[in-house]
Ligand binder design. Structure first.
Ligand code: AHR
Length: 669
């Protein structure tokens, strides 16, 4: 039998030789008489490369309403009236018999960084007010508390109260609160109130009414669930962070994605504008607002309520290394490609240096002091940083070394991620790699959005990479069921298994591949621009795609050392094994993307004995087109079980369209 190309023997030359010489037999005694489709031999005695703890991570970008309207739990859209159309998201509300008018002002604002505010002039008794539509509605749950807050000023009159209501799409009141005793005068004051809706509603809206006659100014009108991630006021959506925590990611890449670059440099991501009091974080247009004519999102802006402090804090919460990606003086090359002249890059380089100080500097340093003021005197232990997002060509080759030189000189402890461009093999990719090899770059970020077949055919891609060159970060990838950036792409099981097959090749090559992340991360079902995405949500629910479960299976079963794994036979299964030192377990991952069940004989060579029971995790579905959805989140899911009577030689049938992880307790010779 010839080694099957799906089980390359790279890194396991001794295993291949031992099999060839008959030292390791493929005809396991317990299996004689059976007729497997494939045989897998794992050489447990010769653990290979260490697997980086950052191997499987998360790519976060504010695309598809991933931050505002998604992970950031703020329910009010345009709370500061800073959208170019300052009343976007707001409409007038006139109760029967009431009357009034509204206007946007910017004189004597609450905060000069957020200069616009709303003036409500109520002229007749029951009052007058406004309604905020939220981000495609607001998701509220019966019995839970929602915290309303606003900055308020009463320049004229003495209205009886401010009444706030959560209303359903038909206008029925779900819950309300009344704020009395609003002080008159020219000063702004913050007021708060809790609202407990009596019913759950995915498309609620917020009404703010001035009761009685008077003039009231409002700014930073906000509504958050009380129950956020770790119950932090003004925090993140707990269910969405929980999905990330459940993956056990080794890192979080943030904030993107093309959003780092902007259409033009004016709307690039600038981390310094995303920290400090939220009213001081200047809003900009989200670059995905008008990117796709077929999915316009004219109400998509970045409030930066989820900014760099929140990013670092979330990474710490979920035990992931932060990987910030910074603009390198280049706007998105798919858009304007605007460039900062080479002799004017210093402010951009300084931003990178300052971010390192913000994350790691002592509390007496200027930027470390800002971190401490935000409530985190301890450093965030930043270890790596990306220079540019998805850049290519000579403009990047001219700029990257300037960043690398300055950052490495001041911070040799920081590993830098360099971009190999948008494609996994083209002239730009080759130019980038040729330079990065010469420059001894730390980590190179490769991207690939392609058909499932590309992933199935490229599981051996990294077998050929130079072991001594820069390390690889597969920083963006996803199998596309229809085509790149096509709106009819689906997150089906076929795509997920193609990714899984490919990931066995990354895992086998952990010596070269340091990190990998699927992209994009989140999609809001009513507000997305790009599909497929790893996790989908609506205003109340969040669910994992088959690809999410693949990521979870790899990350939760990462292991510490690669075990030489070889396979033979006709079955088109993909497999790799690793050793988990703490658990004392061999972890074998087997992906069967075929329409037929595959019988695999496994021989664990070099194993003295196996524990009595092994744990199995199986991801499977009824067919390749299966997808999960809000109403059926578990059509494709992981089932776990325990199997008794485990031996170093065993035979197992792998279901069609499945990925299986076997955790086998083992004593090694
Ligand atoms: O993941 C979506 C986009 O794809 C990213 O923003 C960009 O880096 C890539 O082109």
């Amino acid at each position: 039998m010839q080694p099957n190309s799906r089980f390359p023997s790279l890194g396991s030359a001794s295993l291949a030789a031992a099999v060839a010489a008959g030292v390791i037999s493929l005809a396991a005694p317990g299996l004689l008489g059976q007729n497997p489709d494939a045989t897998v031999v794992v050489d447990a005695n010769h653990p290979g490369a260490r697997i980086s703890p950052t191997m499987w991570g998360v790519f976060f970008e504010d695309i598809n309403f991933g931050a505002d309207g998604g992970l950031y739990a703020e329910l009010v859209k345009n709370r500061g009236f800073e959208f170019p159309e300052p009343l976007t998201g707001w409409s007038e509300s006139v109760p029967a018999g009431g009357a009034g008018s509204l206007a946007i002002h910017d004189d004597a604002p609450f905060n000069p960084a957020n200069p616009h505010y709303l003036r409500l002039t109520a002229t007749a008794a029951p009052g007058y007010g406004v309604i905020n539509e939220g981000f495609r509605g607001m998701g509220v749950r019966a019995g839970e508390t929602y915290l309303f807050s606003t900055q308020l000023r009463v320049p004229e009159g003495k209205p009886a109260a401010i009444r706030v209501e959560l209303i359903d799409p038909a206008g029925a009141v779900l819950g309300s609160a009344r704020i009395e005793g609003t002080a008159g005068g020219n000063g702004w004051s913050g007021v708060t109130a809790g609202i407990k809706p009596a019913a759950t509603c995915a498309k609620a809206r917020l009404k703010v009414l001035v009761e009685g006659a008077g003039v009231v100014d409002l700014d930073m009108v906000s509504l958050f669930p009380e129950k956020t991630w770790k119950n932090r006021p003004g925090g993140l959506r707990a269910d969405m962070v929980n999905m990330l925590a459940e993956m056990k990611p080794g890192f979080v890449r943030f904030p993107g994605g093309c959003i780092v670059e902007g259409h033009y440099l004016t709307n690039r991501y600038q981390w310094k504008t995303t920290i400090g009091p939220v009213a001081e974080r200047r809003l900009i247009m989200n670059r995905w607002n008008d990117e796709f004519k077929h999915r316009p999102a004219p109400d998509y802006y970045q409030s930066f309520g989820l900014g760099f402090f929140e990013f670092f804090q979330m990474c710490e919460d979920i035990g992931a290394e932060p990987l910030p990606i910074l603009n390198c003086g280049m706007a998105c090359q798919f858009n304007s490609g605007e460039l900062v002249p080479l002799d004017q890059l210093d402010p951009y380089i300084q931003d990178a240096l300052d971010l390192i100080e913000y994350a790691n500097g002592g509390v007496t340093t200027p930027w470390g002091a800002k971190r401490a003021a935000a409530g985190h005197p301890a450093p965030f232990k930043l270890k790596m940083m990306g220079v540019g997002n998805e850049q290519w060509g000579m403009p990047y080759m001219d700029r990257y070394p300037k960043f690398a030189q300055a950052i490495h000189q001041r911070h040799p402890e920081i590993q830098l991620v360099a971009s190999a461009g948008p494609a996994p093999a083209d002239n730009n990719f080759r130019l980038a790699w040729a330079n990065f090899r010469q420059w001894h770059a730390d980590i190179v970020d490769e991207h690939c959005y392609a058909a499932p077949s590309w992933f199935l055919e490229n599981d051996t891609r990294y077998d050929r990479y130079d072991r001594k060159g820069p390390k690889v970060f597969m920083g963006e990838y996803a199998a596309q069921s229809s085509g790149v950036a096509k709106p009819d792409n689906t997150n089906n099981l076929e795509c997920a298994l193609a990714e899984a097959a490919y990931l066995t090749g990354l895992e086998r090559n952990a010596e070269v591949v340091r990190m990998a992340s699927y992209a994009p991360l989140f999609g809001q079902v009513d507000a997305w621009q790009w599909t497929p995405n790893l996790i989908w949500c609506d205003n109340l629910r969040v669910w994992g795609t088959p690809s999410y479960f693949v990521q979870q299976l790899f990350a939760r079963n990462r292991g510490d050392r690669v075990l030489p794994t070889m396979g033979m036979g006709v079955g088109r299964v993909y497999a790799n094994a690793v050793w988990d030192e703490a658990a004392g377990e061999i972890i074998l991952k087997v992906v069967n993307p075929a329409r037929t069940a595959t019988v695999v004989a496994t021989r664990l060579s070099g194993v003295l004995s196996t524990g009595a029971t092994m744990r199995e995790f199986e991801l499977a579905g009824a067919g390749p087109r299966e997808v999960n959805s809000a109403d059926s989140p578990n059509r494709v899911r992981v089932r776990s079980s325990e199997v008794e009577g485990v031996r170093p030689d065993f035979i197992r049938t792998f279901k069609p369209w499945s990925m299986t992880v076997l955790r086998i307790p083992a004593k090694i010779k």
